[in-house]
Design a protein around this ligand. Structure first.
Ligand code: ATP
Length: 238
């Protein structure tokens, strides 16, 4: 068995009568960057929430390394090396940037290692260091997105789940987010990136799958998918 591999098999999510995710299976290897693209309502967010234990789910298997995530409570998933950047950022607007970051380290003791992580996060997003005493609610959308990613990194995850980090951002800020994802990859983090922005996803990932109506409709390398005529028409608008 490979260490730190995320294995998802037969994952389904039902909200009452709504079948949001239908028997989805995929893997994310150590240091691998996998994308999930799809339209509104395709089931992407529900897939990430299900991995974090935040919505009722059924599955044949959800395993991370040797850990059976079906048996791990939502509040403990982060302790097993998985970080989560939710859709819509959800930073704490009334707390300073620094406090938001420190809250991300809630599963760790405050020591030289955590301080090192804080330095790495500020190195990745220098604006967070410059604004550390400002209230998070006073930041721009792009800065809040960086804070949301930085906060997730404070738990020192090996796998980071990101839900639409480009949402509402200008092309320049999307470039900044892409650069940050590239650096996370180079630092050895595995990434699972959910996006409606297929172009960004193809640039940021090696492997992708397309979700439609809760199912995996297509899968392949990002390069292959970006050349697929159907993907080009529906998801790239070409
Ligand atoms: P988006 O890009 O808009 O976030 P998505 O691909 O992430 O879309 P989901 O948010 O996972 O899709 O939603 C999948 C389906 O589940 C949709 O039909 C949605 O309306 C439904 N759904 C999501 N959350 C709930 C909920 N809490 N209760 C009932 N239905 C829900």
């Amino acid at each position: 068995m490979t260490t730190d591999e995320l294995v998802v098999s037969g994952l389904s999510v039902n909200y009452g009568g709504v079948r949001a995710v239908r028997s989805v299976s995929f893997t994310v290897g150590p240091g691998q960057c996998v994308g999930i693209i799809g339209a509104n309502g395709a089931g992407k967010t529900s897939t990430l929430k299900a991995l974090m234990g935040l919505v009722p789910r059924t599955a044949t298997e959800i395993r991370y390394g040797d850990r059976d995530l079906m048996k791990v409570k939502a509040r403990d998933v982060v302790r097993h090396g998985i970080g989560y950047v939710p859709e819509g950022r959800h930073v704490f607007p009334g707390l300073t940037v620094e406090k938001n970051l420190l809250l991300g380290a809630y599963v760790r003791k405050w020591n030289s290692e955590t301080r090192k992580t804080l330095r790495e996060v500020v190195d990745l997003f220098p604006v967070l260091g410059e604004m550390r005493h400002r209230l998070a609610g006073a930041l721009s959308g792009g800065q809040q997105q960086m804070l949301a990613v930085g906060r997730a990194l404070m738990s020192n995850p090996r796998l980071v789940l990101l839900d639409e980090p480009s949402m509402g951002l200008s092309p320049k800020l999307i470039e900044d987010i892409l650069a940050a994802l590239q650096r996370l990859r180079e630092a050895g983090h595995a990434l699972l990136l959910v996006e409606q922005n297929a172009k960004l996803t193809f640039e940021a990932t090696k492997t992708c799958f397309v979700m439609e109506n809760g199912e995996v409709a297509m899968t392949g390398t990002s390069e292959e998918l970006s050349r697929d005529p159907r993907v080009r028409q529906i998801y790239l608008g070409l």
